[in-house]
Design a protein around this ligand. Structure first.
Ligand SMILES: [Zn+2]
Length: 102
């Protein structure tokens, strides 16, 4: 059985890019705060909720990658995302995310 500890806590590490400045967004978590991906450049972009983005990425990938079949699991997201997209560009918020095919 898969436990949360088995999951890569940053499944989209290296794929998420800032829509303002194009720089890679970095995993970030401050005490007591939800996980996020954050742009470290001074472009003014705020952090993006990691759980929300990862869930969106998973659902988008499942819809796009029927070749992966019905056995696809959330724990496959790291491999699935890297195989599906060259990058994920976050503009304003989760309503404005662009998935760039690999
Ligand atoms: Zn930025």
């Amino acid at each position: 059985m898969t436990t949360p500890a088995d999951l890569d806590r940053w499944a989209l590490r290296g794929l998420v890019h800032c829509g303002y400045c194009e720089e890679p967004m970095q995993p970030a978590q401050q005490d007591g705060q939800p996980r996020s991906y954050r742009c470290l450049s001074p472009c003014g972009r705020s952090a993006t909720d990691a759980n929300g983005l990862e869930l969106m990425a998973f659902r988008t990938a499942v819809a796009a990658r029927t070749d992966w079949g019905a056995t696809i699991r959330r724990s496959d997201l790291t491999t699935l995302a890297a195989d599906t997209w060259a990058r994920i560009v976050v503009h304003g918020d989760l309503a404005d995310v662009r998935f760039v095919p690999a």
